[in-house]
Ligand binder design. Sequence first.
Ligand code: SF4
Length: 78
Amino acid sequence: MGTKKITLCHKRNDCIGCGSCAMLSPDRFSMNIQDGKADMKDGQWHGDEFVVAKIDEDEYDLNKQAAAACPVGIIRLD
Ligand code: SF4
């Protein structure tokens, strides 16, 4: 445990602020009260479109659920 080998990617600009990811994976996603979009904790911007974080294997399942629930399909795990 503890090795961060999974990449979580959020195409933040396309977020429609439904809140599903923050509900399913609250340790990683929260809703931004300024613009209503999801923020990824410890995420770093890669260019203008994507916020990316390395996550632990024990976070995989919840974030996979978040990715599956996202209505615009902008959360990816690799
Ligand atoms: S589930 Fe998708 S659209 Fe909904 S808040 Fe999260 S990233 Fe945004």
